[in-house]
Design a protein around this ligand. Sequence first.
Ligand SMILES: C[S@@+](CC[C@H](N)C(=O)[O-])C[C@H]1O[C@@H](n2cnc3c(N)ncnc32)[C@H](O)[C@@H]1O
Length: 246
Amino acid sequence: MTLADPVVWHDVECGSYSADLPLWRDLAGDPTSTPPILDLGAGTGRVSLDLAQAGHQVHALDVDAGLLAALRERAAQLPGVRVQTHVADARDFDLGDVRFGLILAPMQTVQLLGGAEARGSMLAAVRRHLAPGGRFAAALANTVEGFEEGDVVATVPDMREIDGVVYASLPTAIRAEPDGFVLARRREKVDARGRREVSGDEIRLDLVPAGTLEAEARAAGLTVLPRRAVAETDDHVGSEVVVLRG
Ligand SMILES: C[S@@+](CC[C@H](N)C(=O)[O-])C[C@H]1O[C@@H](n2cnc3c(N)ncnc32)[C@H](O)[C@@H]1O
């Protein structure tokens, strides 16, 4: 199978992160949590597949159909693992009658939604989909130090070799904006003949302090539970994890 470039870059830039997995496993394994689990912004399934392999019933939602197709193909390679996928927007989703004991939003997905109104709409959808007593946990990273193109930073590119092609993605700038920040990356692809393609990518994240999301959650009728945390690693910033009850 040849992977589409968006899938490859998603894997290169998100796939190696594992520091948060123990937290999601811990929340999923709580005996009071009823199945199934919903992974919001699941991508190619880094978290969904990990939880499904541990025996949990998992639904994966993402706005990108290509990423979810890759997730389904990966699930099909794993004996006994089945993940139900939903192409939908986290800001306004309706999955029918299913109610989840746990909804997760790993890796700053709630910072990609485009502002307070969008988050309010997402929180309302989350509340509608939680089983009684169900929880929603969202990872946030706001302590990002800005740097500009040309600054010397000790950053190692995220890299992967697939079918003889080397993919490398290097953060080149983090620019502060009024209510967010833009992460710029340089993506380089070198094939077995040494042919090189270089492109740029930028994503904008909203600044969402944990207290802000908690206040928005209260306004949406959710109950705030104690926060959790994911420690920073050599390669990744740490996260605060807001935990809410329906
Ligand atoms: C940083 S990636 C995290 C992927 C995956 N959860 C992980 O932890 O590896 C963010 C994901 O959110 C998805 N996403 C962004 N905006 C979304 C939206 N409005 N609705 C649903 N998914 C969204 C992206 O397509 C992407 O897969």
